[in-house]
Ligand binder design. Structure first.
Ligand SMILES: [Ca+2]
Length: 197
């Protein structure tokens, strides 16, 4: 879309970030819910890792545009399906979380790619072994339509977990552990190509 001067309208990043947080909240997913899974997965390998480090990592992932866009698209699809507002046969496919659909998984997978191979394998693991909030969101067992959201939450979890794993390697090389790092310093993006927030 162009304005009268022919410049393209852009949505400010703050607006996208705010909409992402609001969408997650509306669907009953908190940053803490996601951070809890990250903590469970990473604490066996990381001395001194705290929930605060994990919350900071999830917050950083939620600032990333690819992740925000995937969340907004997926959540919108779930909400439209819940209201019966998609057209046939997509309405039935999304509403019933049809096993062969796969677009939900592809959207989640796409959002983890910038966080490297660890994020991809972690996403695959979470897709098979749904834990915590991801399990509670499973449309086939719970209420409402969360066909897209379970994969997207798995995606954010995998990204946040990968950030911590990459940072761990840096700390090991410096002879440190998470006990030496304040939560605000958990920022390994600079060490992952294309993963700057
Ligand atoms: Ca799904």
């Amino acid at each position: 879309m162009n304005d009268m001067d022919g410049r393209r309208f852009r949505v400010h990043s703050d607006e996208v970030t705010k909409a992402t947080h609001e969408a997650l909240e509306r669907r009953g997913v908190s940053v803490r819910d996601i951070a809890e899974i990250v903590y469970e997965m990473q604490v066996p390998y990381n001395d001194g890792l705290t929930m605060k480090h994990c919350i900071e990592s999830v917050e950083s992932v939620l600032k990333k545009r690819e992740v925000q866009h995937a969340l907004l698209v997926g959540i919108e699809m779930d909400e439209l399906a819940e209201k019966g507002q998609l057209s046939r046969p997509l309405q039935q496919i999304v509403d019933s979380d049809e096993g062969l659909f796969g677009v939900d998984e592809m959207l989640g997978l796409g959002a983890v790619l910038t966080y490297g191979s660890i994020a991809v394998t972690t996403f695959g693991h979470l897709d098979k072994n749904k834990v915590g909030i991801i399990n509670r969101l499973d449309t086939k067992t719970g209420e409402g339509v969360h066909t897209f959201l379970d994969d997207l939450v798995a995606s954010v979890t995998a990204c946040a977990s990968s950030r911590i794993a990459h940072r761990t390697r840096d700390l090991e090389e410096e002879g440190k552990t998470y006990e030496d790092v304040s939560p605000e310093e958990v920022a390994p993006e600079s060490h992952i190509d294309g993963a700057e927030t």
